[in-house]
Write a protein that binds this ligand. Structure first.
Ligand SMILES: [Ca+2]
Ligand SMILES: [Ca+2]
Ligand SMILES: [Ca+2]
Length: 505
């Protein structure tokens, strides 16, 4: 059957009610301003009309349609075969579909859906969704479109010290966790319990910059990027493994790094990789960052490829169809923050240069998809050049969103957004809307600057919708629980991270 896009919403009752409604026991009534039809209980009646009257240009009854019914029953006796709406075949008068009046709607948490509940409804008040039990599954039949209304402060998380990176992750059967990369000698893992993050485990780190959670098979790992050497002068970052027995992270592998800023974990052709962003070695920012590959027989990560970087800050991995990409944020070459950040593509067993972007103290790349469009946003933190006089506004600069042009096989500038020493972009969605939040950290005078939430508005691109006062904002993460959607951000300038709740209406 062809699609019948010309079908507009129809007032079925208006079709069905005969002009002399009153004579057939139907009267027009008004309840609280809403016009309705009252069916008299005394005279049983079938109000019907042939479907051909509405489907004038199609021979077949549509496979899918929806009916909106507002029913105000004084009382409904549970009679069998009493329908609010039915579709009857022509000729033999066989019932094709019947919407019964004695619908069972359960409220509260998700009830079981077995044979007993078949054809029952469940209304999830939290998510404003109506579900129908079909077979043994709750099928969504009506879902309210969630819209971001505003954000509200939800939890103040006092941390061991200033927090540079945040990582939110789920461990199956253990729960939702937040790892904080703290400036001083102890970082922490928090567990979401009773709707709050509670202290769960402290982990000694050296000026930790970020955490990266990843899994290999059923093994759960958490890698920390240590910026400083330890008290013995040894410089390394550590991969921790989740112990199913201790229910804690335990050290698994030490990896020599140089002022590590970031770890990225990814899989290419069934093999597991970890890439470290080495920021500098001593005063030298022009060093190698390293991609490690998991060796399934030694069960260790081994160096696989080195990539020359300058003041590397962040790695971001993504795929486009069969292609794997890795992009690095290069922040500083020793004299200038105006450097090329490079995008690499996996070809013949290694990453090869694909495209370069001029960036200014690039601190973060964020890849995201809207429909079938692919975007890459860079957070530019600082415009600085030794040879040029440092300008006052060198922190208030543009960060750039690029979009993949598939036919040109390259990313092209999509939008520039003015940011204040941007350190992170985080993409998230609420209902059918897409958002980007930026970590604005410094405007040249103060760390007290607003971080901004932008909403995707199609042709207009991203438009600022919320301004959130932050202090030395360093990292944003979005996460969801059964109870709702949240954002959490860290501060590099005070030992306080904040969880914000996304209020939807
Ligand atoms: Ca990263
Ligand atoms: Ca990011
Ligand atoms: Ca982030």
């Amino acid at each position: 059957p062809t699609r019948h896009n010309y079908l507009r919403p129809l007032d079925i009752l208006a079709e069905a009610v005969p002009p002399d409604g009153a004579a057939s026991g139907i009267s027009v009534t008004r309840v609280q301003g809403a016009l309705g039809l009252q069916l008299s209980a005394a005279a049983p009646h079938a109000v019907s009309f042939p479907a051909s009257r509405i489907f004038v240009r199609c021979d077949l009854f549509p496979e899918e349609f929806s009916i909106v019914v507002t029913l105000k029953p004084p009382s409904l006796p549970p009679k069998k075969n009493e329908y609010l709406f039915s579709v009857v075949a022509e000729g033999p008068d066989a019932l094709l579909l019947g919407l019964q009046t004695n619908m069972k709607v359960t409220l509260g948490p998700q009830p079981p859906c077995t044979k007993v509940e078949d054809a029952h409804f469940w209304f999830d008040a939290g998510r404003k969704g109506l579900y129908l039990c079909v077979g043994s599954e709750w099928v969504s039949v009506l879902a309210a479109k969630e819209k971001l209304d505003y954000v509200e402060e939800y939890q103040s998380l006092h941390t061991n010290s200033e927090t540079l990176g945040l990582e939110v992750f789920v461990i199956p059967e253990a729960g939702l966790f937040l790892a904080t990369a703290n400036r001083k000698t102890t970082s922490a893992v928090y567990k979401w319990m009773d709707g709050k993050f509670s202290s769960y485990q402290n982990i000694p780190t050296q000026q930790a910059q970020s955490w990266r959670h990843f899994t290999i098979g059923r093994k759960v790992f958490l890698a920390v990027a240590n910026f400083d050497p330890n008290e013995k002068g040894q410089e390394f970052s550590v991969i921790y493994k989740w112990s199913q027995r201790k229910l804690r992270f335990t050290p698994y592998q030490r990896v020599p790094t140089h002022s590590a800023r970031d770890w990225e974990a990814f899989e290419v052709a069934g093999e597991h990789f970890l890439a470290v962003a080495n920021h500098r070695e001593g005063d030298n920012h022009n060093i190698d960052s390293v991609i490690y590959k998991w060796n399934p027989s030694t069960r260790l990560f081994e160096p696989n490829q080195t990539i020359a970087t300058c003041g590397a800050y962040d790695w971001e991995f993504f795929t486009v169809g069969p292609y794997s990409f890795l992009v690095v944020a290069n922040a500083f070459n020793g004299t200038s923050t105006k450097v090329q950040s490079h995008l690499y593509v996996w070809l013949l067993g290694s990453f090869q240069l694909f495209q370069s972007f001029l960036t200014f103290g690039a601190a973060d790349w964020e890849v995201f998809r809207i429909g079938d469009r692919i975007f890459l946003a860079v957070a530019n933190s600082h415009s600085y050049d030794v040879e040029m006089q440092v300008q006052n506004d060198s922190y208030v600069i543009n960060s750039v969103i690029y979009e993949l042009n598939v036919s040109a096989q390259m990313f092209v500038k999509f939008q520039e957004i003015t940011t204040c020493s941007a350190l992170d972009w985080e993409f998230f969605s609420v209902g059918e809307d897409y958002f980007l939040v930026v970590a604005n950290s410094f405007d040249g005078n103060t760390f007290l600057v607003n971080s901004i939430i932008y909403r995707w508005q199609g042709y207009e691109g991203f438009v600022a919708v919320h301004s959130l006062p932050t202090f030395g904002c360093r990292d944003w993460e979005a996460f969801r629980t059964a109870a709702g959607s949240y954002l959490v951000y860290s501060s590099a300038k005070e030992p306080l991270s904040r969880v914000l709740r996304l209020r939807t209406g």
